[in-house]
Design a binder for this molecule. Structure first.
Ligand SMILES: [Fe+2]
Length: 293
């Protein structure tokens, strides 16, 4: 039918669909389903001095713009949001589980003039080792691998890797006078509570401007321990819960029951499609660096 034909010839607006257990932005076009271009990402306006622009995808993916750089954390989707080319791009991959990683990220040096990739990885995956070995030289040079406890000085800051209770690492990043933390899968999984508390002891008293904290909605008790332990360990200015397994409503529910943990919470709330989750632009306070490896 003519109307149907017209419908199929036009891409549908982006919608979110679960593939496996993971949400993806999709469109229909000519009767087929495609990954949507992501409309969120850098806006034309530059980021104001002392500010951050933070876009949360879902699960544990974040795009953060500072006035001087762009940081991408655990972006597992196959397509990227729009990313500026006139700033250094720092890509953090806490580990190689499919809800945190897609292999095409390792080739970003082909597309961006100034990219650095930090990969939490212990060389135990033969297929990935082979992929790393086959990278063109420029791409291979952009990748640094981390085990827990390692750190690397970079232009404008330092990258610290904390041990994780699952695969890979968590990242504590100092860049251009700001400090970020991304927990990866460093979470009190059942039986790993002791290790979790031991590993996050590295954050004791550390001032963090913006933290991305795992709050796995599948394990409510562990989620509570995770958030309260991180917040009591480090001095966190602003944080966003992540690793929600497509249950954003678990966030307001949790903080309604735990109002004392709400200070610094930075979250849009349920009902927001992930492609429009620009969650905050806030004045980050520049603080002196207190972290010691
Ligand atoms: Fe995960």
């Amino acid at each position: 039918m003519e109307n149907d034909k017209q419908y199929w010839d036009k891409p549908s607006p982006p919608f979110v669909e679960l593939l496996g257990d993971l949400p993806y932005d999709m469109v229909w076009y000519r009767g087929k389903r495609y990954y949507a271009s992501l409309s969120y990402g850098p806006e034309a306006a530059p980021v104001a001095e002392n500010s951050l622009r933070i876009c949360q995808s879902d699960q544990s993916g974040f795009l953060i713009e500072t006035p001087a750089a762009t940081l991408l954390f655990d972006w597992y989707r196959r397509i990227l949001p729009p990313i500026r080319r006139d700033k250094p791009l720092h890509v953090f991959i806490s580990h190689t589980h499919p809800d945190h990683f897609n292999q095409s990220l390792l080739n970003l040096a082909k597309r961006f003039p100034d990219v650095s990739i930090y990969l939490g990885y212990d060389y135990s995956d033969d297929a990935l080792n082979e992929a790393l070995e086959k990278l063109p030289e420029a791409c291979a040079d952009s990748v640094s691998c981390f085990r827990g406890g390692q750190h690397l000085d970079i232009a404008g800051g330092t990258v610290h890797a904390l041990e994780s209770t699952d695969l890979g690492v968590a990242f504590l990043v100092e860049l251009d006078g700001l400090r970020f933390f991304h927990g990866g899968d460093l979470f009190p999984w059942r039986g790993a509570e002791k290790d979790f508390l031991a590993y996050i002891a590295a954050l004791k008293g550390v001032r963090i401007d913006y933290a991305m904290l795992p709050m796995d909605s599948r394990f409510p008790e562990a989620a509570g321990l995770s958030i309260s332990a991180y917040l009591s360990q480090a001095e966190i200015g602003c944080f966003t819960p992540m690793h929600l397994w497509n249950k954003p409503e678990s966030v307001p529910e949790f903080f309604r029951l735990n109002p004392r943990l709400r200070a610094g919470l930075c979250y849009v709330g349920p009902g927001q499609a992930p492609q429009s989750c620009v969650i905050a632009e806030y004045k980050a306070q520049l603080r002196s660096m207190a972290y010691k490896a």
